[in-house]
Design a binder for this molecule. Sequence first.
Ligand code: DOR
Ligand code: ZN
Length: 404
Amino acid sequence: MGVDEESGLIVSVSRDHPGSGAGRVWDYRGRGVIVAPGFIDLHVHLRGLQLSYKEDEASGCKAAAAAGITLVVDMPNTRPQLRDPEALRAKLEALDSKCIVDHGAYAGIPRDPSLASRLASEPIAGFKVYPEDLASPGLAGALATRRLVVLHPELPEASKADLASATLEGRLAHRGCWWEGAAVLELGAHRPRGRVHVTHASCASTVAMARSWGYTVDVTPHHLFLDTTAPLDPCLGRVNPPLRSPGERLGLVKMLLEGRVDALASDHAPHEEREKSLPPTCPPGFPWLEAWPWLAYRLVASGALGLGEFHWLTSRGPALVLGLKRYGALQEGFRANLVAYDPNASWRFPGPRYSKAKLHPATMMELRGRPLGVWVGGAPVYLDGEIVEGRRPGVNPFRAPGAR
Ligand code: DOR
Ligand code: ZN
């Protein structure tokens, strides 16, 4: 494959020769290495701003790069929240100056409906709708812009009966699948005319309902691989939506294997170690970036999921959800975001190295496949187990005219 570091684009694709170009050559021929489009994670919390003690755009994007993730899209529940143009601009600038992979962000639903069109004129990926936004006067304004909306499928009531000190089963009893279905119906009642994406669907019924409304849908690695029988204390295992029962989890896996899911997304949600270990206030979320593609690759290694399906779910699928035409495939004219990996590697996740959040429920879990090199816009960001320091930041594709 030939890439042009100047434009950041793929200029030639060939199975057999490394490509013509004036620059450096990485030759993996004959070593059983797979070269694939870099992964796209359309749901991450890089925090930053006043929450930089949990994670920031530099640490989170290094964590992404180390796993082969070359585009991340950041969520607006930051401090301050990205519900007004000033906070949004500060976040987009922080991403542009600190994030070594390509990046974007969603705007929050503004409390003042008249701000929606101003937020939509910024280079955002779309709007994020949280449970409390379903009753906000700003929602109609955001929907009127016809930008992509990404729904957290729960109603605000789901968190009212929620006790941090409860067991994993206890949380599950309060936060059942019905909240997810109700949120999809609630958003549908607003008759959105732009595209809608339902994120972190944790129940098979939510996937089915999202599809029946014509919405796209993603699932997370934790809802696919962990359930209430996992040996996790209630703080470490705390996440929203909650881990489900083994039966519900298998129903979700079945949906994935049947091709009814558009993307995998991590909901990387880093918290400080001290916060994450203190009941009853411990916050929900898992800091997934460094591990999740290789946890998901277990489905390929076991023969359950085809290689093509895996790459679709982790690159082209999310690119299409985001409306990015030149991302997620090895084709001439596409952004040269690549991962080269050893498909036969088997290793145990040692815990997060680059993320600031060190407590992880998948620590010591078996991962399959391992990245050897990762390129963003044709330039290496991760090689042989190390981040390439001094890299210029990645780009925000939503800034490019015609990108969506
Ligand atoms: O577990 C979660 N953590 N779910 C969310 O919806 C938010 C996230 C966070 O920001 O920590
Ligand atoms: Zn999230």
